[in-house]
Design a protein around this ligand. Structure first.
Ligand code: HEC
Ligand code: HEC
Length: 110
């Protein structure tokens, strides 16, 4: 767990901080709590995080179309970058395996 925290701090955060400058809230910045929620302050880094917006994936996330800038940032920037940094396989709908939206967010109704 300590190793994973150090990996996040050293390998993940600088790249994500740079990317966040292109997010809809560049000025808010990004830190452990942005993704892991307030529980991170108590050392709880469980993912997916219940503190993040709950997503409904139906009809290509139609329920979230009002958040178009976020959808764009999440799908085109944050998810591919995180997949790369974690050296993970991208989410595959057929096998329901790999890194994707629901590696961070919880699913509505699930
Ligand atoms: C951009 C989002 C994001 C940020 C910012 C972030 N993390 Fe993470 N973190 C994740 C994801 C996603 C996982 C799960 C990785 C996986 O699926 O293997 C994770 C996993 C972890 C784990 C392993 C948890 C476990 O149960 O195995 C630790 C520890 C951790 N993060 C610590 C940190 C620390 C410390 C920071 C701040 C320096 C941080 N994270 C910042 C997204 C983030
Ligand atoms: C590495 C973790 C991570 C991954 C992967 C991820 N997100 Fe996010 N998402 C976040 C964080 C953190 C926020 C909150 C940003 C904020 O409010 O500061 C967020 C916010 C959002 C929001 C804004 C919701 C609102 O109303 O404020 C939407 C919509 C969203 N994500 C959709 C997606 C979709 C769709 C995917 C997959 C393509 C995805 N996310 C993948 C971490 C992630």
């Amino acid at each position: 767990m300590e190793q994973r925290a150090a990996f996040m701090q050293v390998e993940v955060m600088p790249a994500i901080a740079e990317l966040w400058a292109q997010s809809p809230t560049p000025d808010a910045g990004v830190n452990c709590v942005t993704c892991h929620g307030p529980a991170a302050q108590e050392g709880d880094f469980t993912m997916p995080s219940a503190a993040l917006p709950v997503l409904n994936p139906a009809d290509e996330f139609a329920a979230h179309q009002d958040d178009g800038a976020w959808l764009q940032f999440m799908g085109a920037q944050l998810t591919p970058k995180m997949t790369e940094l974690l050296a993970a396989e991208p989410y595959n709908m057929e096998t329901n395996q790999g890194f994707g939206c629901f590696s961070c967010h919880t699913m509505a109704g699930a």
